[in-house]
Ligand binder design. Sequence first.
Ligand SMILES: Nc1ncnc2c1ncn2[C@@H]1O[C@H](COP(=O)(O)OP(=O)(O)O)[C@@H](O)[C@H]1O
Ligand SMILES: [Mg+2]
Length: 404
Amino acid sequence: MAQKGLNGFFEKYLDETNIFKSKKALQISYTPETILHRDIQINTIAGILAPALREEKPSNLFIYGKTGTGKTLCIKHITNHMLSVAETRGTGLRIIYLNCKMKRIADTEYRLVAQIVKEMGQEIPATGLPTDEVYNIFFKLLEKNKDKITIIILDEIDQLIKKAGDEIIYNLTRINSDLVHTQISLVGISNNLIFTDAIDPRVRSSLSEEEVVFPPYNAPQIQDILKKRAETAFKEGVLEKGLIEKCAAYAAREHGDARRALELLRVAGEIAERKSLSKVRIDHLDEAEEKIEKERILEIVKTQPKQSQVTLLSIILLFEKEEKTCLTGDIYEIYKKLCAKTDLRPLTQRRVSDIIGELDMLGIITATVVSKGRYGRTREIKPNMPHALKQKIKEVLKEEQGLS
Ligand SMILES: Nc1ncnc2c1ncn2[C@@H]1O[C@H](COP(=O)(O)OP(=O)(O)O)[C@@H](O)[C@H]1O
Ligand SMILES: [Mg+2]
């Protein structure tokens, strides 16, 4: 940087109108003081779990609703209350919370039970023991805690079942028949509604002794949530009139997702802050939306398997060269060259064609089937993203694959 580049930088930094009072309050992990519009769900769940405080086994409970409808927030709120009451009353109550989305926790039955055991204070090797042995350790730990109820919460349980199958839930619900001094209750939480139809009815009914649904928030409800949070997060008067309403409307457009709404508001604030403005304007919301979408796509690209990344890179490179839609065969030629450069074992064209289909499903590219008359049908493929993002993705992919 040239020396004069710093001229006034620090002064400006210090004088900068600070938009935020507490940006933390807009982070997803932040626990708000009040939970709005969820009284029915909170009271119902509290009623279902309350027997645990009398050392009676609560029914197993299945909670479902789309992302950002407050499921995680509410269950943590309720169980924290229960724990503090249990503590003052000297009741034995144990609550184990696991988020099954976390990597390496819940891709096998072994890992899940090992993680539960770990939460109970005992280390188990990450692999190696027979699964039965892990269960035995789990049983012993449970029994050692005489007359106590253990509530096991499996958040994002759909992720667990997707990876490890549904048998595991059935096994967990059956454990009680082998326990003498103690009982466990299961709480499963799912973001995915369709998932419940896909699991074995036997498993579903063992988990769903009780069910609670979290409906999406409507726009006015999201407004209330945002307003409350904005009071803590922003300095007074920095939000343009109508901004919260618009932000809520955006979030309610797909489904009423409070997480998305909060993120949108935070990013809009950051954009205004970076521009050294003293107000967050409504048009910053559009910019924020674009930025979030860009980050979402980048994240997807980064987490793709190597073969998909190389396929995507081939598409981007070919499209750049030809400036028109590409055909699978041409993509495959580039793909093979890239494989040779990166020491990747090339897949068959058929398999690469499948990967192209997957990338299409993710919305990163578009593949249109066109008829070539008597030559059959083929797919015309092109990247589906703004130019700047394409360049960024190209850089990221080249770096990941060690290509220059
Ligand atoms: N009723 C509510 N009142 C205040 N904040 C909420 C409410 N519902 C959700 N939130 C906030 O929205 C975000 C997403 O909520 P979360 O409980 O993680 O949703 P889910 O688990 O259903 O995906 C969190 O930051 C949470 O604090
Ligand atoms: Mg959640």
